[in-house]
Write a protein that binds this ligand. Structure first.
Ligand code: GDP
Ligand code: IMO
Ligand code: MG
Length: 448
């Protein structure tokens, strides 16, 4: 037990929790973070940026959050945007204003790391232009475009790694220095963007400095050293909830590279993205859909590009929260989920959108892959090219016809739905603690 836990006023409570997607995103993390916020004190985003779209439904109100942690609907909780996030200040300010206009308090309860990197307009232009160039050069052998959200995520993280051309949230408070840096950065970026075919006047560093310093002034009350803030919370025995954005199979190191995002979006991103050592995470809740979806390019072994996928898409309203793109849909890939559960050290599962599967005569679970050489494996392949060459092997289970969106406990689900969940637990080797049967807070079956 860590010192922080020993100091906790409630040692039996689940202390520090991570919520992470085990597939390719959009598993319902926002709903679960909102649900678990009540029993935590601080909710922290540690990775990604405005590529994320986390939906919370409360009664007839629907909130789509991109940068602000999904705990924001509880005014007495502290929400933190950690150093591992790339922040688009314009999007963030709009998100804050939209929430305030809807009566949600956003003040001292939102803290932003002074070391979080800034997504600049030229990052977004670069992201879109590079994707367009790659798509235009696509051939039968190679289409290198990723299908990004065009939110500037890759170029912003690339600048973080380049170091000299990066800007952090703390840099926005010094307009003179910001202008000096931007004069150099813009001279380089204008040439690079022109090389990518962008037809626009050269970037104006002075105008950008003025605009981003103004954003900095607006956000200044929220900007702080969040690493010390989080360690103070640990010492005081306050309980932290880490909210993953994107998902394990989109992790830059452990996902289906190169069709991934540009951060460590598995639980492994928590320490680097917050400054909190991994040993402090007591409980990792892996979020998975009862089937699989993916947005953008990249291999998807269980994809159903047919009437089955179409049915899932329409019943599950599978259209992107951020880009509104139709999501690709398919059967549940348990080889992939078992891999993600392993990478994330998952202690329990939340199985989401089970209601969407009502009405299928039979359901398929992918348990193994047949490799190119004919051999059979139960191991995931986190490499896009090799993964695209496998064939999914399924187990078939009987479906159920009843609608289940008002189920209140697992025992009240149809017998075949219960068997479906049990088989998932057996194959993944991790218990399902939460079953979600609708978007609302109340449409949740929790069994601890
Ligand atoms: P996130 O990115 O992981 O937070 O997930 P998204 O919000 O992008 O996508 C999940 C979608 O499913 C949202 O529209 C949710 O409101 C919705 N949702 C969450 N849980 C359930 C569920 O159990 N059943 C149904 N039908 N919809 C759900
Ligand atoms: P949430 O948090 C689904 C996907 C994009 C693209 C790839 C790279 O809502 O689950 P990027 O813009 O990050 O460079 O795009 O990653 N992607 C997501 N897909 N949900 C997300 O977030 C995603 N974040 C990134 O579609 O394929
Ligand atoms: Mg989403």
């Amino acid at each position: 037990m860590t010192d922080d836990r020993a100091a906790s006023p409630d040692n039996n409570a689940r202390h520090h929790t991570a919520v992470v997607g085990l597939q390719w995103g959009d598993e319902g993390k926002g709903k679960i973070v909102d649900l678990l916020t009540g029993r935590h004190d601080v909710i922290v985003r540690y990775n990604g940026g405005a590529n994320a779209g986390h939906t919370i439904v409360v009664g007839d109100q629907r909130y789509a959050l991109h940068l602000i942690p999904s705990g924001i609907l509880y005014p007495d909780k502290v929400c933190v945007i950690g150093n591992g996030v790339v922040v688009d200040p314009e999007v963030l300010i709009e998100e804050i204003e939209t929430l305030r206009a809807r009566g949600v308090e956003v003040g001292a309860n939102l803290r932003i790391s002074d070391r979080a990197h800034v997504v600049m307009p030229y990052h977004k232009v670069h992201d879109a232009a590079l994707e367009a160039v790659l798509a235009s050069k696509a051939s039968d052998d190679a289409d290198l475009s990723i299908g990004t959200t065009k939110r500037g995520i890759g170029p912003a993280y690339a600048d973080k790694v380049h170091r000299s051309t990066a800007l952090r949230m703390g840099d926005l408070s010094d307009e003179t220095r910001l202008r000096s840096k931007l004069r150099v950065i813009c001279s380089i970026r204008s040439v690079e963007l022109a090389a990518l075919g962008v037809q626009a006047p050269p970037l104006d560093p002075d105008a950008l400095a003025k605009q981003y310093a103004a954003f900095g002034r607006t956000l200044l009350p929220h900007i702080t050293d969040t690493t010390y803030l989080l360690h103070d919370c640990l010492r005081e025995g306050r309980s932290i909830l880490f909210e993953g954005a994107n998902a394990c199979l989109l992790d830059i190191d452990h996902g289906t590279y190169p069709y991934v995002t540009s951060s460590n979006s598995s639980v492994l991103g928590v320490p680097a993205g917050t400054g909190v050592p991994g040993r402090n995470i007591d409980y990792v809740l892996g979020i998975m859909k009862a089937y699989t979806t993916r947005v953008g390019e990249g291999p998807f072994p269980t994809e159903q590009d047919n009437a089955i996928g179409e049915r899932i898409r329409e019943r599950g309203h599978e259209y992107g929260t951020t880009t509104n793109r139709p999501r690709r849909c398919g059967w549940l890939d348990l080889v992939a989920v078992r891999y993600s559960a392993m990478i994330c050290g998952t202690t329990s599962l939340a199985c989401m959108l089970l209601d969407v599967l009502s009405g299928f005569d039979e359901l398929k679970l992918c348990t193994h892959y047949r490799l190119k050489d004919g051999s059979i494996s139960d191991r995931f392949i986190p490499d896009a090219h090799r993964l695209s060459q496998i064939e999914a092997i399924y187990e078939t289970l009987p479906g159920w016809s009843e609608e289940i969106d008002d189920a209140t406990d697992r025992a009240s689900l149809p017998a075949n739905a219960q068997s479906y969940l049990k088989r998932i637990e057996e194959i993944v080797g991790v218990p399902i603690e939460i079953v979600s049967v609708g978007p609302e807070r109340t449409q949740t079956v929790v069994e601890v």
